[in-house]
Design a protein around this ligand. Structure first.
Ligand code: SF4
Ligand code: SF4
Length: 380
């Protein structure tokens, strides 16, 4: 990797490591049990074909998963998210779930709901999840399947969701705001809010692929909305916009421009949670795929990853001048999707500003707080 601007990892001195170790507490972890999916969503950052043999062969076995879970519990984890790809594609999904459940963990599951059967319902009623989170790609067959590129997926999704709701399995609904479904976003939000009153969110920020697939990345970019469209849909959603306005003082901080340091990470990555990829790699968060930031759990122990590797990654520093003078001191970074993980996915380096993110963040800040405009120095 050509990250010439990023200093190589250095082993931390033991007393520093001990101090960080004592301050950090593991709460939860994400298990990506497969990267395969029966859908082929246009915006998806991970999915590989459901029948992809090579990907399937690389998936962690049940025994490997049990071993990681055991180690996570020793580190006092409380909550596990089972995700994918589409996790229900795994033939041993019930075994994985049951193991977590019997270990006393809270469990969330991300699924597209198209594979939910009566058997899943019986199982979830007997062993209830904390919640099942389902993404709604559209509310008409035309839009839903334009996104998923899987004929029949809309009916399967509607049936699966209906089964979950009818049987009172706790469901949370969410949406991605895409070029292919933006015309239906109001209807999607109504659909979701009618079915799950307490919770709905949509996300207009699309991540690029973990495998850097060029063609798929172009598809994802073509699904991204323009900055002004993102602001418009946020304004059209009173709950979301009011929440943003309410937190505005905290989100926009002109004084931050004076506090810059050369640390790459200024977020919570690796504090309280981690992610394991389908092939057994530890990551500090689901978006962070840089080779210097992943740890192979097939060769080492989770405790070492958690106590030793995470502080090393969090200690990484940048020497890139435009990063240090721009994103590192940006007063609106909290309105921006920019972070080292997304910088890597976009530019193959951890500390590059990203023009599209910058434009979206500035459009959001202008819509929220016009009074800050003259004082924001990091214009896109
Ligand atoms: S359903 Fe989810 S995992 Fe499957 S392709 Fe769509 S976004 Fe990706
Ligand atoms: S990309 Fe722009 S808005 Fe985002 S953190 Fe960097 S300077 Fe700020």
């Amino acid at each position: 990797m050509q990250d010439s601007f990023v200093e190589p990892l250095k082993l931390l001195e033991l007393p520093v490591w001990e101090k960080i170790k004592n301050e950090r507490r593991l709460i939860s972890f994400d298990l990506e049990i497969t990267a395969r999916c029966n859908n082929n969503c246009r915006h998806c950052y991970i999915n590989l074909p459901a029948k992809d043999k090579r990907t399937k062969e690389k998936e962690m076995s049940l025994a490997q998963i049990k071993n990681i879970v055991e180690q996570a519990i020793e580190l006092r984890a409380l909550w596990c998210l089972i995700t994918g790809g589409e996790p229900l594609l795994r033939e041993d999904f019930f075994d994985i779930y049951l193991y977590l459940k019997k270990k006393g963990l809270l469990i969330s599951v991300f699924t597209n709901a198209t594979l939910i059967t009566e058997e899943h319902i019986k199982f979830f009623k007997r062993y209830p999840p904390r919640d099942i989170e389902v993404t709604v790609y559209g509310v008409t067959e035309e839009t839903y399947e334009k996104v998923t590129r899987n004929p029949g997926s809309c009916d399967a999704f509607m049936d699966g969701l209906e089964l979950l709701l009818k049987n009172k399995v706790k469901v949370r609904l969410k949406a991605m705001a895409l070029r292919s479904n933006v015309h239906e976003l109001t209807a999607i939000s109504q659909f979701c809010r009618q079915r799950t009153k307490d919770y709905f969110r949509f996300d207009p920020f699309l991540h690029l692929r973990f495998d850097a697939d060029i063609k798929r990345n172009e598809e994802i970019k073509s699904e991204r909305l323009l900055p002004k469209e993102i602001v418009t849909i946020e304004k059209n959603d009173p709950e979301r916009f009011q929440a943003l306005e309410k937190g505005c003082d905290g989100l926009i901080n002109p004084d931050f421009a004076h506090f810059g340091c050369d640390h790459l990470f200024n977020c919570g990555t690796g504090n309280g949670s981690f992610t394991v990829s389908y092939d057994g790699f530890f990551r500090l968060c689901s978006s962070l795929w840089h080779p210097d930031c992943i740890y192979d759990l097939k060769k080492g122990m989770l405790a070492e990853a958690w106590h030793k590797f995470v502080p090393q990654v969090r200690g990484m520093r940048s020497k890139r001048d435009d990063f240090l003078k721009k994103c590192r001191v940006c007063p609106i970074i909290n309105l921006c999707i920019w972070c080292p993980a997304h910088s890597y996915l976009e530019t193959a380096e951890l500390d590059n500003p990203v023009d599209y993110f910058c434009k979206v963040a500035h459009a959001r800040s202008e819509s929220l707080a016009p009074q800050f405009r003259p004082s924001i120095a990091t214009q896109p």
